[in-house]
Design a binder for this molecule. Structure first.
Ligand code: GAR
Length: 195
């Protein structure tokens, strides 16, 4: 099957580039993957340059151009539907999504903590500063609850005495492992679709 992917991002875009490297126009198992949409809500995001290296122009939908979260989400839904994507991947997409999005789009989100711990925008710092001996990363289905949908994949590591820089680098390295793997597992039917 040809699997069409939409990737949504807001900034650096290292996970977008990793998806492009690992999945875009690649046949893995019984599926061929194609990133049909790179969508960003910030016109200066570095990820836009990363997508260009693959010949892909990002679609910019700036949330500041819309009066409400719902109006913004309606455009996101429209762009994703128009692209024909089978799955939307939130890879560092830093917007809270309304039911307009969550009820209409099948999406997964990457989050830099062991959910349900450290939800929200400061997960790396909060998990680094916590008393927990382990930290990790999660990929989960997107539902109406922020960082709250069913977990697809998690990977943990021991914090030991890592510096903040090494801790953050470890988080990103694990993200780069589990996000493409989660996508592959979904389409190889190794994980159940959410109800
Ligand atoms: C990643 O660490 C991702 O987990 C995080 O944003 C970063 C994006 O990095 N997402 C969240 O915190 C979502 N709540 P990238 O732009 O280099 O891919």
């Amino acid at each position: 099957m040809l699997v069409k992917l939409a990737v949504l991002f807001s900034g650096n875009g290292s996970n977008l580039e990793n998806i492009l490297n690992r999945l875009h126009q690649k046949t893995i198992g019984s599926n061929t993957y194609e990133v049909v949409l790179c969508l960003c809500n910030k016109k200066d995001a570095f990820g836009i340059q990363r997508a260009k290296k693959f010949g892909l122009e990002s679609v910019i939908v700036d949330h500041k151009d819309y009066k409400s979260r719902e109006e913004f989400d309606e455009i996101l839904v429209q762009k994703i539907k128009e692209s024909g994507a089978d799955l939307a991947i939130l890879a560092g997409f830093m917007r809270i999504l309304s039911p307009i999005f969550t009820k209409n789009i099948k999406a997964i989100n990457l989050h830099p903590s062991l959910l349900p711990l450290f939800k929200g925008a400061n997960a790396i710092k909060e998990s680094f500063e916590s008393d927990m001996k382990v930290a990790g990363v999660s990929v989960h289905w997107v539902n109406e609850e922020l960082d709250g949908g069913k977990i697809i994949t998690q990977k943990a590591f021991e914090k030991k005495n890592l510096s903040f820089e090494d801790f953050e680098a470890k988080i990103h390295a694990l993200e780069h492992e589990i996000l493409p793997l989660s996508v592959i597992e979904i389409f190889e039917s190794k994980v159940n679709l959410p109800k």
